[in-house]
Design a protein around this ligand. Structure first.
Ligand code: PLP
Length: 396
């Protein structure tokens, strides 16, 4: 079972943090390892997933999209139906229960587009825990509505004006806060990134997606799927779907990164297409960096995929050839966004639209008896205004 006791997935992962943070990571590891064996934790986690988040989410047969693409049967795992509109809340519910168990009264988090900030502020409000969210000023300007949403939920939103004023700078600032306030504060990380035990515990919390999908597809088709497809930002929704199928060698898995304006332009976030091994923000993994090891600025039409590193477990499975990775460009994601809206009446998040874009390429190459499950990681309400600016004028 991966990772090993030090948080290594083969040569990837680990704990690359300052000494001051080591006790906090150790505390989190201990609390989590106790919780994992405690039926009361499992019961509480499942209670909130069911009553508050609205799980299980449905596995929906996309009949019109399937007919349109004339190939494999396409099922959508509907994480867009979760409370707050995406899979992120599966993780924040788990971490807020751990926060309570550690006796901490305050949580902090970083956010790029604001989705993880909203998911954290939501569960903090539900548990009556103080909440502060770090966000780059560039992102705050682009995502004004989510900033207001977090404030409505009672969180303090702290602007970060350093570096590129985006997600990676917000993470650095949140780490600084954590170093200072480690006795009272838990850092709720948003994806399968950072130092051990985060990539492991967030994967475990998100694995509810794959566990449900496995039961649901057996009920619907009487067998396991042939393909799993999911978009990969940090990689939490993808590993959440994939992990419960990892031992099933016949199930192929494809992660879809942000191809932005194309790999050659350098304006993308396709770590596996154009990155190399490095150490960044607590972990060893694939990173987009220049030849001097300077981390590159990324680009994607979807803020949730716009990050220079990827979860270490993905790097491991990429090199082990168990999961394959591809990318979809901004343009492909936008046309997938429209196609899913028009054929199924489901407006996907722009992140999820990258997975749709790959399904559009894959399904027609497969016979009609093959089965694809695609993770619809979130709903597109948050993106409608942005898309209107990009394609709106061409819609009659
Ligand atoms: C944040 C986000 C993502 C990307 O994060 P992962 O950790 O890669 O899942 C994907 N989809 C949606 C809807 C998101 O909000």
């Amino acid at each position: 079972m991966l990772p090993d006791l030090n948080g290594h997935f083969g040569i990837f992962g680990g704990k690359f943090v300052s000494e001051t943070l080591m006790p906090a990571l150790t505390e989190l590891e201990e609390v989590y390892s106790k919780a994992k064996k405690d039926p009361a934790f499992k019961e509480e986690f499942e209670y909130y997933l069911k009553k508050y988040v609205g799980r299980p989410t449905s596995l929906y047969f996309a009949e019109r999209l399937t007919k349109h693409l004339k190939g494999a049967k396409i099922y959508l795992k509907r994480e867009d139906l979760c409370h707050t509109g995406a899979h992120k809340i599966n993780n924040t519910v788990g971490q807020i229960i751990l926060t309570k168990r550690m006796g901490k009264q305050r949580v902090i988090a970083e956010t790029g587009a604001g989705q993880h900030g909203v998911a954290t502020a939501t569960v903090a409000a539900m548990f009556g825990i103080q909440c502060e969210i770090y966000m780059g000023t560039e992102d705050m300007a682009r995502q004004a509505l989510n900033v207001f949403r977090m404030k409505l939920l009672g969180a303090k939103v702290t602007p970060v004006d350093s570096g590129s004023k985006t997600l990676k700078d917000a993470i650095s600032e949140a780490m600084r806060d954590w170093t200072t306030n480690v006795h009272t504060t838990h850092y709720v990380l948003g994806s399968v990134l950072g130092a051990h035990p985060y990539p492991m515990l967030i994967r475990d919390f998100q694995s509810v997606i794959g566990k449900e999908a496995r039961e649901q597809i057996i009920e619907a088709e009487g067998r396991l799927p042939d393909y799993l497809v999911a978009c990969v930002g940090g990689g939490s929704n993808a590993i959440g779907l994939f992990h419960p199928f990892i031992a099933d060698n016949a199930v192929k898995m494809i992660g879809v990164e942000a191809g932005g304006l194309g790999i050659k332009t350098g304006k993308h976030a396709a770590r596996f297409a154009d990155g190399s091994t490095g150490i960044f923000q607590g972990t060893k993994t694939y990173v987009l960096q220049d030849k001097d090891g300077q981390v590159k600025v990324t680009h994607s039409v979807s803020a949730g995929l716009d990050y220079s590193a990827v979860g270490p477990e993905h790097s491991y499975y990429k090199e082990a050839d168990r999961i394959s990775y591809t990318y979809a460009t901004d343009k492909e994601a936008l046309s997938a966004f429209s196609l899913l809206s028009e054929t199924e009446g489901i407006i996907p998040a722009l992140e999820s639209a990258h997975a749709v874009a790959h399904v559009i390429k894959l399904a027609p190459t497969l016979p009609k008896n093959k089965v694809i499950i695609m993770n619809l990681s979130g709903r597109g309400d948050k993106d409608v205004q942005h898309v209107a600016q990009l394609i709106g004028s061409s819609k009659q």
